[in-house]
Ligand binder design. Structure first.
Ligand code: NYM
Ligand code: MG
Length: 216
């Protein structure tokens, strides 16, 4: 007798500024999709557990310095080292929720205003990585972000950097038309309802989309 091929999983990416509510929303989405009967995995970048991730972690905590281009390529390498396992999970029918991805990678580095580190340059090492089936951008204003309490102690967690990151996310997502912008300045419930609706539509259209694509 013939076996029904496994329906591939969906690659879901959640992006946004620090304090936009990404992690809370990823958890709510994981619980929602599990209740719907999906086999779900929630991962995040940077993955601080790998050897490359440990270098990134000390850089973010400020206990180590790295040249701008060099740390950028390490963030990208941290995605490449997990690319195979992402592809395998998707092929095995697992729905993957990814907290930050190539979009954060490009904008945080480009926000440093290093003259040889443009958004275009920063995007190049991402080309060829698994492309998300849906990228949800949790959009939050500077005022709303400020209301949510102070910045953390890690590198990049300051007003001027966050302002540039916000502008660059906007620039990047004007070019990458396939992003779903969610107004994250509302209650957890309101935001999660929008996310669930967008993800459900995406999952329903998966057969039309075909196999997992790659970033271009
Ligand atoms: N970050 C994250 C980058 O600069 N490049 C990347 O490729 C990724 C994935 O790391 N401030 C930055 C954005 C965050 C910081 O992420 C740590 P988180 O989600 O706050 O732990
Ligand atoms: Mg953070």
């Amino acid at each position: 007798s013939q076996q029904t091929p496994t329906r591939r999983g969906t690659l879901i990416v959640v992006e946004g500024l620090d304090r936009a509510g990404k992690s809370s929303q990823c958890e709510l989405l994981r619980d929602y999709l599990s209740e719907q009967g999906h086999n779900v995995k929630y991962i995040r970048f940077p993955d601080r557990t790998t050897p490359i991730g440990k270098l990134i972690d000390s850089y973010l905590r400020g206990s180590a310095n790295q040249e701008d281009h060099s740390i950028h390529l390490l963030f990208s390498a941290n995605r490449w080292e997990l690319a195979k396992s992402i592809e395998q999970d998707i092929a095995a029918g697992i729905t993957l929720i990814v907290d930050r991805y190539s979009y954060s990678g490009a904008v945080y580095s480009a926000a440093k205003a290093n003259p040889t580190l443009s958004l275009e340059w920063a995007w190049q090492p991402e080309i060829g990585l698994p492309q998300p089936d849906i990228c949800l951008f949790l959009s939050i204003s500077a005022e709303e972000a400020a209301k949510r309490g102070g910045f953390g102690a890690e590198r990049y967690e300051n007003e001027s950097m966050q302002t540039r990151v916000r502008e660059l996310f906007r620039t990047l997502f004007e070019r990458q038309k396939d992003v779903c912008v969610v107004d994250a300045g509302r209650t957890l419930e309101e935001v999660s309802r929008d996310i669930q609706a967008a993800v459900s539509d995406c999952v329903a259209q998966l057969d039309t989309v075909g196999p997992l694509r790659t970033l271009g």
